[in-house]
Design a protein around this ligand. Structure first.
Ligand code: PGA
Length: 256
């Protein structure tokens, strides 16, 4: 794992955008896995400013609520169009977001996995992290080998996400999410986390044991992971000074 600690969330988001830009520039038909939530918003803004060519890029989103109408303001479908897709030249047919209204959820999940394979696999997957350590919506105790499927959110995640709804009761309890096994097959993973409320989940994921209680900890087993965080999210890391030392000491060719 490469742990990149930045003074501010904006500095961290800028590095994240550069990692994605590099991927698209080196492979114009890259397959990029995308995330939603508050965390990636500033990175998407930066990417829009970069005016990259997305015309050959394919995207797969991590997750979606089940049961909200597609054009509901809080679906991840709406989020992605508002925060990224409306502002770049991606082809709509190259965009994949789980269908929260699929009539047959298991069949849809299988087709999502097949579509990822047919696209050649995900080159770079963007991840946020929940305060409980979830990646995608793989909540604690998710199988570390799981594939795209239905999940039930924890009460904590419903409460965390209630800020986007009128109340916690309105947050759908069920979601479709890529599995942890799916995420682990991405060639590169980029995990972003900002703010003190993520500090414990980040410390457990980076320095704790690999355990399904903190699903993000499985990334310790992935060969190419960047964890890009701001100072408050790094607040509980025991070896923060070492990670900063490594980043500052990077040879020029390794810098993003
Ligand atoms: P957030 O969510 O970016 O809104 O904090 C992250 C997540 O739940 O994965």
């Amino acid at each position: 794992m490469e742990i990149i600690i930045q003074p501010t969330a904006q500095d961290a988001a800028d590095i994240g955008a550069r990692v994605i830009a590099r991927s698209i520039k080196s492979k114009p038909n890259a397959v990029i896995g995308l995330a939603t939530g508050s965390t990636p918003v500033s990175m998407y803004k930066k990417l829009i400013e970069m005016d990259l060519d997305w015309s050959q890029v394919t995207t797969f989103n991590l997750d979606e609520y089940i049961g909200l109408p597609k054009d509901h303001p809080q679906t991840y479908h709406t989020f992605m169009w508002e925060n990224l897709f409306n502002h770049i030249n991606i082809k709509p047919e190259n965009i994949h977001i789980p269908d929260g209204n699929a009539a047959d959820v298991p069949a849809f999940c299988e087709s999502y996995e097949s579509a990822i394979k047919a696209a050649g696999g995900i080159d770079l997957q963007v991840l946020g992290i929940g305060t409980d350590g979830h990646i995608g919506f793989n909540e604690p105790t998710s199988s570390l080998a799981s594939r795209t499927r239905i999940k039930t959110l924890t009460e904590r995640t419903c409460k965390d996400n209630a800020r986007f709804f009128d109340s916690a009761e309105e947050v759908p309890r069920h979601v479709i999410t890529m599995g942890i096994g799916t995420i682990m097959e991405a060639r590169e993973n980029l995990l972003l986390a900002f703010g003190e409320k993520k500090a414990q989940a980040i410390a457990e994921a980076v320095e704790g044991p690999i355990t399904s209680i903190n699903p993000a900890s499985v990334l310790q087993m992935h060969p190419v992971v960047k964890v890009i965080i701001d100072e408050p999210a790094a607040g509980q890391l025991e070896r923060a000074d070492y990670y900063k030392w490594v980043f500052e000491s990077k040879p020029e060719w390794q810098k993003v």
